[in-house]
Ligand binder design. Sequence first.
Ligand code: SF4
Length: 290
Amino acid sequence: MDQPPLTEPAVPDSGTARYELPILPAASAGGMGSEDCVVVVRNLGEFHHWLRQATPAVQWIQVEGLLDQPEAWIDAARAPNDVALDVVMSDPLVEYPMLYRLVDVHNARGLRVTIPLRTGFLKALRLAAALHLPVRLLPQQPDEEELGELMEAIHFYLHDPMVDTPVEFFHSALGWSTGGSITDLWLALERDPAVFQQLDDAGKPLLPADRPGATAETFVSDHIEQLRRDRSECATCSWSAFCRGYFKLPDPGYSCGGIVKALDLLGAAATEIATEIGDFAPQPEDEMPN
Ligand code: SF4
């Protein structure tokens, strides 16, 4: 049930060679040649350029801070290149009415909206779902108000018939709970630096940041192991195999009570779904005689 990365780069199975998909600013993307990458654009000039110049190696363009520029989206709906877009919102409460601008673009090319889990994100999620736009919700360490909205968002995702496109990370948490082939939350959110390596403007990987001896390959496993050794609440958390300490960054002292409640709500829904599927599975007595 997992939502694949936007255009499905060749993410290896665990145990094979590591694969890093660089996610790099447009200014440094020109030298990538035929290497797979994701290009981050932050102004109209960069967006216009990469909409036309993206080679097949560009897996998608990450568009930041341009929702308020209508001409960007008129161009994106018409440009001849069909490279996919990940439109990253910065303030969902302010920007959500602008999602209408993406409808024609979505008809022309692959598109996903990335919504930071900040106050007001539910308005953006509801509108994106109404417009049939796939969504990646990007949480960090939500406060009380954001957690309240998160619970509402999960109920909306689970029960509103309007939702017919994937919403990460809900989709992967459900899939993991029903024994799907999901690996973990870091991969579902494209945050595992062993696979998705985000580079800053100077070309330096954002993770692992300033951790002596840390490598991108083992960053997530080292992180959760350290949390378990430190006897943090991850050591006994029933979601640790899926979450792997995601919510303990940047503040390892963040209390996960609200997050665990939200994940449990998804887990309970997954159990219900599995039971319903089991109830409808053919029973031995239902089988046709030979
Ligand atoms: S939900 Fe919180 S306590 Fe549980 S594994 Fe994730 S970070 Fe650790």
